[in-house]
Write a protein that binds this ligand. Sequence first.
Ligand code: HEC
Length: 217
Amino acid sequence: MKLKSAASPAVLFSLLLLAGCASVAPAPNYDALLAEMMKASFRAQGIATVDRLAQDASNAECSKSEGKALTEARSKAIEAANLATVKMPAGGSFIGDWKEGEKLAQNGRGMTWTDASAATTANGGNCYNCHQLSKAEISYGTIGPSLYNYGKLRGVADPANPAAKPIVEYTWAKLYNAKAYNACSGMPRFGHAKMLDEAQLKHLMALLLDPKSPVNQ
Ligand code: HEC
């Protein structure tokens, strides 16, 4: 009993590694082992299907780099490929209703197996889980930068003003496909992955850029 509890998984793992070195066994294919483990760890239930485990080329390249920075050329290539997926809104109007945007930003619901169907549960944006957005929030995540005063700081006094065009377009593309400006971004690609539709993205744009939104107070 004693021996069993003393041999922690970490110790056993080190011993296995040592044994592996001693016999000069060929290195296991860790990528394949990890893929197998992931496959065995999740099952499809309801609308939460396991095709989410399949990475696209950009995600796969970022995973392979194991946290190390990609070369500038590869980063630029991934960003260009992702920027090319961005659909600008029809009619050229980017701004919806910040009140709807606020509800979306604070809503982490959607895409889970406890949601009856994608048709009955609209996805939230879950922004609050990674970003600060307003002074009124009781809690928020800090994986992403604070977006408090985003529009004010970026110089968007009036999003309808033509002078604001570059930041309005940048913000739209960032929400649509975050990898367009950061190859290995950890932010969900809301438009690209069809998590949020055009109207929802416009509401979030208003939340970030409308001078009346709580983000800019
Ligand atoms: C899982 C975490 C995560 C979620 C959820 C998330 N973001 Fe992000 N976001 C990040 C990270 C990390 C960055 C910074 C790195 C980067 O630019 O990709 C970022 C960057 C941004 C930027 C660019 C900031 C700048 O100064 O240029 C904007 C705008 C933004 N997020 C808006 C949103 C909105 C709106 C939502 C909700 C619809 C959201 N994010 C949801 C992680 C997240």
